[in-house]
Design a protein around this ligand. Sequence first.
Ligand code: SF4
Ligand code: SF4
Length: 384
Amino acid sequence: MSTEATEVVEQGVRRPPPEERSRTERTLALDPAAPLRRISIELERRCNLACLYCYTSATADYRGGLDEEEVRFVVREAVACGARAISVVAGGEALLRRTLLEPGESCLDYANALGAYTYLYTNATLVTERAARFLAARDVTVVGKLNSLKEDVQDALAGVPGSARLMRRGIDELLRAGLADDTPSRLGLETIICRQNYDELPDMWRFMRRHHIVPEVEIATDHGRAAANRSELYFAPAEAPQKYQALFEELLRIDRSEFGFDWVPQPPFAAGSCQLHFGNVYVNDRGGVQPCAGIDVPYGYLRVGTHAADGQSLRAIVTGTEVMRMRNVRENIEGACRSCELRDSCYGCRAAAHHALGDRFAADPTCWRAERARRRLPLLRVVP
Ligand code: SF4
Ligand code: SF4
């Protein structure tokens, strides 16, 4: 643990941001020995936006994805493996699915009926008053999208003129429907950190905190359309860790001085850390079971779609050797992350290591602590 974190805990003043507590509680498995706590399900890769950083390269004319019965099948298998949180992510925009907002037909209703809490990721452009009320009445946390408070910047990042206004309208509807009234809040907004929004992220952070919205401000993973637009979106690798460090420290200063929250800055989320590899897997739109959204190499395929005949059960996949290796990420991590003082609370972003170095257990290349450690140590080998 860092000196900073130790001091805060010893003085007894650490007050974690509310989202830290709520996420942990809601993703606890009923049976701690169960192979799964949570699952993310990608419905399809169709989207009404064309974000420059989209990790699935979603398009408006995409065809395919999991059908309704396949989604239910995955939900059932996940619950049977112990999952108590179902995250509906869509590789594109989930609300393009007509059934998602139909009582009784919605996969949210289906998961709730099986005793699972749900998360819905949406770009919010299609959230009407009716949609917001429907969601407010379910056992769901909605995570919308907000990359910028400036219309021109948001439209450019979303790749579709007019999307900023639709997003803000959708967020307003979710606020009006009361999703942020609960404690912990059931409304989050996520954004990547990029050149275009870097300077306004402190203001966006304040906007979210003041509206009781959970901020998901994260370092993006470098794949899909993000890789194609890398130089336009991201800082060069040599300066990126310091830019992230400066931003996270400024957001922490705001949280401490204006909102009374304390946390330890570490990648890839401000005021949080990735915990998903301890109990989550990500099912893509072809039934491939990936470690997470960022690591797009499936462990195996479920018995759906083109793999209906040769696929595996979810239980067989999540109890396999490779998944177990990832569950023990702390024991298997390498480089600066292995010797890091924050190793007990952080493993960085495994997808960042996977895409930059071809090794999901390597040190997170976006981390300023890892960068410091690299500079202190002699370089003993060259990573190809
Ligand atoms: S070096 Fe690794 S474990 Fe340490 S803070 Fe950075 S990402 Fe987390
Ligand atoms: S490893 Fe990175 S991309 Fe994967 S779930 Fe964690 S934060 Fe997201």
